[in-house]
Design a protein around this ligand. Structure first.
Ligand SMILES: [Zn+2]
Length: 182
């Protein structure tokens, strides 16, 4: 019943993508808990997010990010409607993970940020969460502008989360250029 992520496969090509069956686990998020006082951050297939309180998550999908900025105090992701800011001291692991993910998923948006501005993210930092099914009905296909009425008709780019109608999936993602079909 859920929209299907086009996931990156391990073989044969590193960027090859394949379809997950409907109803399969969609994705995982990494929740990165920092030092005392900092809000938990989430980084993963659904983008970057901050947990304001239980059940209240401000999320910014990779495909919606139009600017990334790194200052001495914060790594900030912006879209026209949402800003997610990760404090680089209190949430260093989260910031490192988010920057590394952004370099892979939306490389064009982080070209201005120094290669070694943040350390490599360490495996095992944070906690893995299962992503809730995304709210897709009512969104428009990025390629055809068709309104997606049924979630089963949706296909999501596994790299940036861009949304397509199943009949209009382009060869390459219009947002991040990931190959979506052979
Ligand atoms: Zn994409």
């Amino acid at each position: 019943m859920f929209g299907q992520f086009l996931r990156e496969g391990a073989a044969p090509h590193p960027y090859a993508l394949y379809l997950l069956g409907a109803g399969a686990v969609l994705a995982v998020l990494v929740a990165l808990f920092g030092q005392w006082g900092a809000l938990p951050m989430r980084v993963g297939d659904a983008g970057v997010a901050v947990e304001r309180s239980a059940g209240e998550v401000d999320r910014l999908g990779w495909c919606d990010v139009n600017a990334v900025q790194l200052t001495a105090t914060a790594l900030t992701f912006r879209s026209p409607g949402t800003v997610v800011s990760i404090p680089v001291r209190a949430q260093r692991e989260a910031a490192a993970r988010a920057l590394a993910e952004a370099r892979t998923r939306i490389p064009g948006k982080v070209t201005g940020i120094q290669e070694k501005a943040l350390p490599k993210p360490s495996e095992g930092a944070g906690r893995v969460l299962t992503l809730e099914p995304p709210q897709i009905a009512g969104l428009r296909c990025k390629a055809s502008d068709k309104v997606i009425t049924f979630e089963r008709d949706a296909r999501l780019c596994g790299r940036c989360g861009e949304v397509y109608h199943k009949d209009d999936v382009p060869r390459r993602c219009a947002t991040c250029e990931a190959p979506l079909r052979a």
